[in-house]
Ligand binder design. Sequence first.
Ligand code: AMP
Length: 172
Amino acid sequence: MTEALKKIIRDVPDFPKKGILFKDITTLLKDAASFQKTVDLMSHRYVGKHIDVVVGIEARGFIVGAALAYKLGAGVILVRKPGKLPHKTHKASYKLEYGEDALEIHQDAITPGQKVLIADDVLATGGTVSAVINLIEKMGGQIVECAFLSEIEALGGRSKIKNHPVFSLIKF
Ligand code: AMP
């Protein structure tokens, strides 16, 4: 059922740098039927799970996260690159292949005990989502699952997320 969706995601070699095969979901997003199918399939899994908020990771995670939240009747929370959120934030740094990056969330974004679904477009090495998990756990959020539109299995991100379930619709 997801074969057609898998095919419509565009491979862009050597972006943003040499050696990276970028999974470009814009070709899926612009196709009405594919986008609708993606959101329906992903959200179906969480119907009845009483998700309070969906956390979207900048930037493509906002699109996936907001669509899931709308379907589930949940709120949307933004996790952004440093300096983008206007109010007081918590920050988590994480390692990249070369160097370090960081993400922020508003301090009042999550109330302890809220049921949280994390959403992003691609699970690669798992560094990004691990930082987000850290932030949410510190704030007392109860993570129900980490949901990805796609997963690059060879990069082993799933094995980094030890304490929470991981779902990906499409596996590369
Ligand atoms: P990682 O922390 O390695 O799991 O990387 C995940 C984040 O980087 C996600 O927000 C993805 O959007 C982005 N990303 C990493 N690798 C790729 C890739 N090959 N194609 C598209 N997006 C990627």
